[in-house]
Design a protein around this ligand. Structure first.
Ligand SMILES: Cc1ncc(COP(=O)(O)O)c(C=O)c1O
Length: 466
């Protein structure tokens, strides 16, 4: 077979500006990853902060261009959905770029209060509260309002939440309504458990909100779980939400915000496709509002994966190659894939996999396995047991092969978490946060180490050794 380099060129593996091959090593956002491993060891997880800011600016510029082009009278607001990646440097980076925040739980608000105490977030930001409203969550929302946050919106996921909100405070509260969407197209499609069924929303508004002086309905929210994309399913749910928004808007002047939720994924859509999609969204809202003779709303999004996915990577060393018969060569990595990139296991998600070195070796089709003893700890590329082309390893001692799994910045840490009891007690990789200073020099900090034995003992309740 050709060298891996030739194979990679033929299949446009380096076509995205994110990757480059320099001095025989793969560079990610201009960083030599093999050097990083030489310095910090393997396995290694990293987050490259500047990519987060550039994603926010990109989405904002797409919406602003569409707004200018269509002479759209409303404003666009970018919110970051914090559950996607909670690390302080990540959330701080989004704030630096003017993002507003979306929360899902009581602990999310604790993080915001902590940032507020450190004067790292101003009280004019929009803080949108989605998710199931437990008593603890409701009480934290109140703490946030008491701390002076003027633009918090509690988005009703359930009709009962109105009573719950009222029970915990008698002060005026800004609210939103979340419309439940269908999870896929087709007549048998399941309706999401999140939000209120579309056919109940208007009567709920009339009966419980319209005459209720405590609540100010500000926002209409929907989120198509399968993604924000140019598909018949997306537009169907979008039109349903827009119909309901304008219907309520004719009776509710204070309803000024239309929230599209998250779901924008860049890895499977090109920039020009995203730009066209956003333009279409803006056109559709404008036309509908003109037709119904209501003012056009401000547009909100809550992008999670779009904000952070591309900033992340996990790097591994291949520690073993094992032939299981002629057809099946396995590369075994120095950590668990099941816990390192859980979406590959649970959701059959495909990540970009590239070698960090040895691009001049012949390419070879291999299976990739993690270090735990679980049969499922394998990389299945989209749910199928397909092989991945990677450089052949002739001499293990001479020059080890390292692999990177890329675009792992969204949800992987949130689902798997750093620390805790990992599968087969294989510890989480160390975590690097990488930034650049004004002169474009790299600033690298290792914010998490590999776990120590003491950490494991205390987590599991063993007595520390004398
Ligand atoms: C209410 C809400 N908004 C936004 C998001 C972010 O979605 P994504 O990461 O697909 O942008 C989620 C994710 O689950 C969500 O539940």
């Amino acid at each position: 077979m050709d060298t891996y380099f030739k194979y990679a060129n033929k299949h446009n593996k380096l076509s995205k500006g994110t990757f480059k091959l320099e001095n025989k090593h793969l560079h990610f956002h201009g960083i030599d990853l093999k050097h990083l491993i030489d310095w910090y060891g393997s396995p290694l997880r990293l987050i490259y902060l500047p990519k987060i800011g550039s994603q926010i600016e990109k989405a904002r510029s797409f919406f602003q261009s569409a707004i200018d082009l269509q002479h759209y009278p409303g404003i666009y607001h970018y919110c970051y959905c914090t559950k996607c990646n909670h690390y302080a440097p990540v959330v701080q980076e989004t704030l630096k770029h003017g993002a507003h925040l979306e929360t899902s739980s009581a602990a999310d608000i604790d993080l915001i209060l902590n940032l507020h105490n450190r004067k790292q977030i101003d009280t004019y930001r929009f803080i949108l509260h989605n998710g199931y409203k437990t008593n603890a969550y409701l009480s934290k929302m109140q703490s946030l309002r008491k701390a002076g946050f003027q633009n918090t919106v509690s988005i009703l996921d359930h009709k009962n939440e109105l009573k719950q909100l009222s029970a915990c405070s008698k002060e005026p509260i800004k609210i939103g309504i979340r419309m439940a969407t269908n999870l896929s197209s087709g007549s048998n499609s399941l309706i999401s458990r999140m939000g209120i069924a579309p056919d109940e929303i208007f009567s709920f508004y009339q009966n419980a909100i319209e005459e209720n002086a405590q609540f100010e309905l500000k926002m209409f929210h929907f989120f198509v779980d399968s993604g924000m994309e140019n598909s018949a399913h997306y537009w169907k749910e979008f039109e349903k939400a827009l119909d309901l928004f304008t219907k309520i808007k004719t009776r509710c002047a204070g309803l000024t915000a239309f929230n599209l939720g998250g779901g924008l994924a860049e890895t499977n859509q090109r920039d020009d496709e995203i730009e066209a999609l956003i333009n279409e969204i803006v056109i559709k809202i404008k036309i509908k509002c003109e037709r119904e003779n209501v003012p056009a709303p401000d547009i909100f999004t809550e992008f999670g994966q779009f904000t952070v996915a591309e900033s992340g990577a996990v790097l591994y060393k291949v520690i073993e190659q094992k032939n299981q018969g002629k057809e099946h060569l396995w590369y075994i990595l120095d950590n668990s894939l099941m816990t390192g990139i859980p979406d590959a296991y649970w959701l059959d998600k495909t990540f970009t996999v590239l070698p960090l070195n040895r691009w001049n070796q012949a390419g070879r089709a291999v299976h990739i396995g993690g270090l735990s003893c679980d049969a499922s700890d394998v990389y299945k590329t989209g749910g199928k047991n397909r092989k991945v082309i990677l450089p052949a390893i002739n001499d293990f001692e001479e020059d080890a092969l390292y692999l990177g799994f890329f675009y792992t910045g969204a949800y992987q840490d949130a689902v798997s978490g750093y620390g805790g009891i990992k599968h087969c007690l294989i510890p989480s990789p160390a975590l690097l946060i990488i930034d650049r200073d004004k002169e474009d020099h790299l600033l690298i900090s290792r914010i998490k180490q590999n776990h120590t034995k003491e950490y494991l003992f205390s987590t599991l309740g063993y007595n520390p050794e004398e």
